[in-house]
Ligand binder design. Sequence first.
Ligand SMILES: Cc1ncc(COP(=O)(O)O)c(C=O)c1O
Length: 397
Amino acid sequence: MSKSDMQTFDFDIETDRRGTHSDKWDNMFAKYGVSPDTGLAMWVADTDFQAPPAVLSCLDDMVSHGVFGYYGNDAPYFEAISGWMSRRHNWQVAPEHIHTTHGLGNGIALCLQAFSEIGDGVIILTPVYHAFARIIKASGRDLREVDMPLEAGRYVLDFDALEAALTGNEKIFLLCSPHNPGGRIWTSEELEMIVAFCERHDLILMSDEIHHDLILPGHKHVSMPVAVPESLPRLVMLTAATKTFNLPAGLTGNVIIQDSMLRRQYQTVQKALAIGGNAFGMRMAEAAYAHGDSWVNSLCAYLGENERLFRSGLEAIPGVSVMQSEATFLSWVDFSGLGMEMAEVLDRVQRRAEIAPNLGETFGAAGADFLRFNIGTQRSRIEDAVKRLQSAFSDIQ
Ligand SMILES: Cc1ncc(COP(=O)(O)O)c(C=O)c1O
């Protein structure tokens, strides 16, 4: 292990994001009625951590130079991405296969335009990241939600349900890997089965791996092109540095396509819409990918302990069960065992505990009994959240 791999970072340092145009903190009252002065924001999927030192000094350099002209020479940016994917994911990415978009939501939207027509079916496994459905519907595509059954408290794939959901107009399978909100890492066998399904039905496979670096201790994620190289002729990879290093304000994502025909199809659309990256997002991503290994190693260890604390704290409430996250900084909590209406659960969580999580139903109807808590925050806030929630449900025996 090199010296830089052993470096640690202090994720306990409290940050105050109120009044900084933070969606999570500054929109919390309007959205959930929870005051940022006394409450805890645990919804939007960004973390409360400062970016890695290399990113901060890159931005300092940009600001002290003070000239914000058009961005050029993207070779170091592409090299940093290729280096990261090779070191961290054992995935060899050629720079010319990378397309930079205005965030990954934008990357998904561009792919829908490139690989399907209005009315075509797009399959997602629900519950899943809520913007998938929003973007698919807004693009006029036919949203096909296939619910994942729960087995021993974790989501599994149901190929009978997938086959049954087909009507013949499907063009795309959009996978979230690792899974948001459940925090599951798909096994290589499951990925192989997904690829076989896509081959059987001639579907483009979009693998959204935006959470692929946030792997909790003891777990391992394998990227789709590494797990199933046979997927490459139909595979579109979606990645970004934004979740990993907490840079979503930079709105920069990457659509990575190895197959030359798919690449041409995609490039036609991106060119026609004149969409590209921005200097701030790209320089932040470059600095992070080039110098952020030990920061991410420390972050994953920190998140692992947050996950353990939050899960054990909530599971002390009879009837509440927490899906064990293997990845991400998200905790998916099932309140159905309480036998309460969701309105009452929310009254206790939002009004009594003054905590704002995401509503499970926004991830698909199958998520209706759940709330998603963002645990990418300082340990003191996790401890506080556990105390507040235990107290809000203290009458439950
Ligand atoms: C699976 C997944 N894809 C895409 C995004 C959005 O990425 P961006 O903020 O770059 O649009 C998110 C954000 O939470 C996500 O969880």
